[in-house]
Design a protein around this ligand. Structure first.
Ligand code: ZN
Length: 523
């Protein structure tokens, strides 16, 4: 996603989010009913799962109603119409699996309540009532009983009954849309792709809907508030060329459709699988949200299809979406657009990244992971990998990583293994220094020219505290119209590079193409 609010970064403790082992959810079917008169929802979840033979308990996350107005209450927990033994404490439902459990039949849970979060029921900027799922990172549990972790993906169906004035957009493809009695309307959306709870949602509002062209078999549509119809359709149609770019560069689109949806997400944009929810202000009729749209569309491949195995590897979502935005802009506008993006991202990475490394030891505070390490520095790691292995190998790595982990989960080591296999290079030092070190290189440099010897002497010192980095540095030596490019590898704390030269240079530019994530200061 793209963050549109200030983040509080707090210290992290031991990661506590991994689900209990031995349970693998296969499919969720959520039947949900929403009303205008009250914010309560009525839900029935049918959960199909596989379990290891010694596992007799299913633990599901659901925020419990505890005295206040919001939270969920359980009505029934059954299997084949027979009640099951369960407890519901500390926002976890622990269900005893029956002796005759068969993975072909679902565990069924009926529940109701007012969600405090995760399903945002409110008024939009025009004063109209709307309902938007906003699950990232683990807020699905406010309205859905789930194993709320990206490593347990499942297919999902949403069967939703709403007042008839609304349209419902949901994950996957539309299977049914029918009028019911009492001015109610029924929608059935279903995804055959395995997805994580963080990106399975529905949105309910009065929408204007534009069905755009089909891109390589993928139907593309825009869903905006009726008042924003013209501006929103114009803005969101930008997704066509991003979709073309990603399909051409990375591989087939992983879901049944792509809907771009104006919404009440608390983020700038939220990449929900096959229906991206954007903040209301993303529509302005001026296409100001081009980078935002590119970021969220790129997430359909990276984050939604090939997903991080656990939260500390979130750069595999956010760093990729950040760099693919820059790559899309490079493809559309040329190299200067890429360089501008990387220069902006460099400033953010150098000045705002917390001292945890891109892959932190612990990932307890999930919102705090939305930081300049995961996004800007993660994007820079891909940019530097591209420089290290060359364009051809870089794109082979991207395509190979995606095809291997599409629909699955990967860790940073999994990505490294693909990069090493394709490039034929040992990249341990590269990934360790850029992903694990909690600091970045700071380089102080100077030069002097000795006319008698005919030598230009370039001095570089890594002035940051900690280990020196292994860097490939480039310099442009400027003489009038002529720029001579010189490249050096630097692994030491400090080094002098001597270049034979007859005439003093007019100027020298370090890292002229923005290839190294470092701060440079001229002595
Ligand atoms: Zn993102």
């Amino acid at each position: 996603m793209v963050v549109s609010f200030c983040l509080h970064i707090s210290s992290s403790a031991q990661s506590k989010w991994l689900p209990e082992p031995g349970i693998d959810i296969q499919h969720y079917e959520f039947s949900l009913e929403f009303f205008d008169e009250a914010d309560a929802l009525f839900g029935k979840a049918q959960i199909f799962l596989e379990r290891e033979s010694d596992i007799n308990e299913l633990k599901l996350d659901l925020i419990k109603k505890e005295g206040g107005k919001s939270g969920m209450e359980l009505k029934t927990v059954t299997y084949s119409s027979s009640p099951l033994t369960y407890t519901f404490e500390n926002d976890v439902i622990s269900i005893g699996l029956p002796a005759n459990f068969d993975s072909e039949k679902p565990i069924e849970i009926e529940y109701e309540g007012i969600p405090a979060d995760g399903m945002i029921i409110s008024k939009n900027k025009h004063g109209d009532r709307t309902f938007f799922g906003d699950n990232w990172p683990n807020r699905a549990r406010h309205w859905l009983p789930v194993v709320d972790h990206p490593s347990d993906k499942a297919t999902v169906a949403f069967k939703v009954i709403v007042p008839e004035k609304y349209q419902v957009v949901g994950t996957g493809s539309l299977r049914e849309e029918s009028d019911l009695d009492n001015n109610r309307r029924y929608y059935h959306w279903e995804s055959e792709a395995q997805i994580a709870t963080k990106v399975m949602v529905i949105g309910i509002a009065e929408f204007a809907i534009q069905y755009l062209s089909t891109r390589q078999g993928i139907p593309l549509s825009s869903w905006v508030y009726p008042q924003d119809r013209e501006a929103g359709f114009y803005d969101y149609a930008l997704a066509e060329e991003v979709l073309d770019f990603m399909i051409e560069k990375v591989g087939p689109y992983p879901f049944e459709k792509l809907a771009n949806v104006q919404s009440k997400t608390k983020f700038g944009g939220m990449e929900n699988a096959s229906n991206i929810f954007y903040m209301e202000a993303s529509v302005d009729g001026k296409r100001s949200s081009e980078g935002l749209i590119a970021h969220e569309v790129a997430h359909q491949w990276f984050g939604n299809s090939a997903s991080e195995s656990d939260w500390q590897h979130i750069w595999l979502s956010e760093g990729f979406a950040t760099y693919f935005t820059a790559l899309f802009l490079e493809d559309k506008y040329g190299f200067e657009a890429l360089q501008k993006s990387m220069d902006e991202n460099r400033i953010t990475a150098l000045t705002r990244a917390p001292a945890t490394g891109v892959v932190p030891q612990n990932a307890d505070n999930l919102m705090a992971l939305l930081n300049a390490n995961s996004y800007q520095k993660g994007g820079w790691v891909l940019h530097m990998l591209r420089t290290k292995v060359g364009d051809e190998k870089f794109w082979q790595i991207i395509r190979s990583y995606y095809s291997k982990y599409a629909g699955k989960n990967a860790s940073s080591s999994d990505f490294q293994a693909v990069a090493e296999k394709i490039s034929g290079k040992k990249l341990d030092n590269f990934f360790t220094q850029w992903l694990r070190r909690p600091y970045n290189p700071a380089i102080s440099w100077s030069y002097s020219f000795d006319a008698a010897k005919g030598e230009l002497s370039l001095n570089c010192t890594q002035t940051h505290e900690g280990e020196p980095f292994d860097l490939d540095l480039e310099f442009d030596i400027v003489q009038g119209e002529i720029k001579a490019r010189k490249s050096f590898r630097m692994i030491e704390k400090s080094r002098n590079f001597v270049i034979p030269m007859k005439k003093a240079p007019e100027s020298i530019v370090i890292d002229p193409d923005s290839r190294v994530l470092a701060s440079f200061s001229k002595k």
